[in-house]
Design a protein around this ligand. Structure first.
Ligand code: UD1
Ligand code: PEP
Length: 420
């Protein structure tokens, strides 16, 4: 089992290249199924989740080549429509192949993605939308079997009960090859959905409105080859911003579109961090006085749940009390007991965490219970006194490309070791 050993105290400086976004590349790789041709996808990060998606596409019959950061997906000879339990358990985003499979083959069978560490995460909104498009759904023995009723998906008006990112993406992909117009209202507005729209439109789809809460899709009969570059990962960027802030460092993030993380920037500025726009990137300069702030996670453009644990590490050493309310996932405070082991003063009351800033954190043995919880512990380790050992780091590798190498290049003392 691999672990990270971190010795805190080094201020970070230099520049870091931000990778392609996990949450953009996963739906876009699924969308490659819609074409009967070759999709060339650039700026693909080497993440565990991307390896899982590659394995899944190959299992469905796609030919996938991965050279450097470019992935070529040839879906012309695809022939399989079932996603086994193992792949769904390793990565929830595997369920994003459902829309493309229904659109192209009229059938899909996936193992039901049960709950995961951060919450229940049902897919009822995806299924409700598919039903409106004429899909018959059978849920039995832990599987969802879906079949297009009358031979083709029909465009429909779908109003989501909640702006679910995955449901918006799955339905957009299905609707691209449906007959007629689909209107998704109360759609999620994340930048990764705009990237998916751009990818699909470059393949010949007719979609407009991504980035707003109404997305209109006019179905087309086929989609062709495409070349597309994945947008930068705003959550990876935010994580490095906090690394700079926590260590009172001075770090330039390269290859980022800062308009995508206004909510993160705004909170960091409230905390006292200096953020400067520079050529093709932004510079982050830490502060001696981390001011407390209150945060509530909400759908984009609000404050992202995927940054909540990392902000909690920063607020643990603020000069006062902060409150973080988590409204997206019901169980996303698993980093709290681990931060407490490191000397943080945090109490959880329902969906809120009350964080009383302490003077300093202490190194400890802690466990990454999920992806962002793991990132938060690395961040805490960067400023803690003495040594922090983070285990279960396979969670972190799901969504951060070479986080240890990138941090080391900025001056952090972090090492990946294999040890029991
Ligand atoms: C691969 C990817 O892009 N993952 C992101 C995506 O996950 P994901 O697409 O799973 O997130 P959703 O927006 O769908 O989920 C948000 C909330 O809605 C609930 N829900 C969702 C669908 C559904 O059918 N029924 C239902 O009740 C979920 O349980 C959760 O409480 O958006 C989340 C919210 O920004 C991020 O944290 C994830 O990093
Ligand atoms: C929750 C996350 O991802 P996923 O939806 O892939 O589990 C995340 O990126 O923080």
């Amino acid at each position: 089992m691999e672990k990270f050993i971190i010795v805190g105290g080094n201020p970070l400086s230099g520049s870091v290249e931000i990778s392609g976004a996990k949450n953009a590349v996963l739906p876009i790789l699924s969308a490659a199924i819609l074409s009967t041709d070759i999709s060339v996808i650039k700026n693909v990060p080497r993440l565990k989740d991307v390896y899982v998606m590659k394995e899944l596409l190959e299992l469905l019959g796609c030919k996938v080549e991965w050279l450097g950061s470019t992935m070529k997906v040839d879906s012309s000879k695809m022939n399989y429509v079932e996603v086994p339990d193992d792949l769904i358990r390793r990565m929830r985003a595997s369920s994003l192949v459902m829309g493309p499979l229904l659109a192209r083959f009229g059938r899909a069978k996936i193992s039901y993605p049960g709950g995961c560490a951060i919450g229940c995460r049902p897919i009822d909104l995806h299924l409700k939308g598919f039903k409106k498009m004429g899909v018959e759904i059978n849920e039995k023995f832990g599987f969802v079997e879906a079949k297009v009723h009358s031979g083709y998906l029909k465009g429909s008006d779908i109003c989501l009960d909640f702006p679910s990112v995955g449901a918006t993406e799955n339905l957009m992909m299905a609707a691209s090859l449906a007959v007629g117009e689909t209107i998704i209202s109360n759609a999620a507005k994340e930048p990764e959905i705009v990237d998916l729209q751009n990818f699909l439109n470059s393949m010949g789809a007719k979609i407009q409105g991504a980035g707003t809460d109404i997305i209109r899709i006019t179905g087309v009969s086929s989609l062709h080859s495409v070349e597309h570059s994945i947008i930068a990962d705003r959550i990876e960027a935010g994580t490095f911003m906090i690394a700079a802030a926590l260590t009172k460092g001075n770090v330039k993030l390269e290859n980022v579109q800062s308009e995508y993380f206004e909510a993160i920037n705004a909170k960091l500025r409230d905390i006292g961090v200096i953020i400067l726009e520079e050529n093709n990137g932004i510079r982050v300069i830490g502060t001696d006085n981390v001011r407390p702030v209150d945060i509530k996670t909400i759908p984009y453009p609000g404050f992202p749940t995927d940054m909540q644990p990392q902000f909690m590490s920063l607020l643990s050493i603020a000069t006062g009390t902060s409150i973080i309310s988590e409204s997206i996932f019901e169980n996303r405070f698993m980093h709290v007991p681990e931060l407490i082991r490191m000397g943080a003063d945090i109490k959880v009351e329902g969906r809120a965490a009350i964080i009383k800033g302490v003077k300093h954190l202490n190194g400890a043995n802690v466990s990454a219970t999920d992806l962002r919880a793991g990132a938060a512990l690395i961040l805490a380790g960067l400023v803690a006194k003495n040594e922090t050992i983070v285990d279960s780091i396979y969670h972190i590798d799901r969504g951060y490309e070479n986080i240890d190498l990138k941090l080391r290049k900025l001056g952090a003392n972090i090492e990946r070791v294999s040890r029991n």
